[in-house]
Design a protein around this ligand. Structure first.
Ligand code: HEM
Length: 90
């Protein structure tokens, strides 16, 4: 996956709610590694697949990106989120 392209996808589609790996809608549900591990379904089995699944389908107040982003875009943004989570979004 192309992490640099994922960063562009994130800026355009995710940062409004997830600036800096946070969550302005539901403050506990951040994109930090501890929150992903605690709240994101199947994250511990396959990190990028779990992120891609939530982006594709959405959850509660988070919109689905199916039909808005293609599979490559979703894989790239998942790789970016995982890369940033592994670095603590620093
Ligand atoms: C949760 C990624 C766009 C609102 C999450 C989670 C991920 C994620 C991985 C799980 C975090 C956790 O459970 O701790 C993304 C990506 C986006 C995106 C990569 C862009 C492609 C958005 C947008 C909004 C949003 C635009 C606001 C309109 C939320 C909310 C949750 C969430 C409210 C919590 C859902 C719940 O468990 O009830 N997001 N997100 N997200 N996101 Fe997003």
């Amino acid at each position: 996956a192309d992490v640099a392209h994922g960063a562009q996808i994130f800026s355009a589609n995710c940062a409004a709610c997830h600036m800096g790996g946070g969550n302005v809608v539901n403050a506990e549900r951040t994109l930090k590694a501890d929150a992903l591990s605690a709240y994101l379904a199947d994250y511990n089995a396959d990190h990028e697949a779990a992120i891609a699944h939530q982006v594709t389908n959405g959850k509660n107040a988070m919109p689905a990106f199916l039909g808005k982003l293609n599979d490559t875009d979703i894989a790239d943004v998942a790789a970016y989120v995982e890369d940033m989570a592994s670095k603590g979004w620093a």
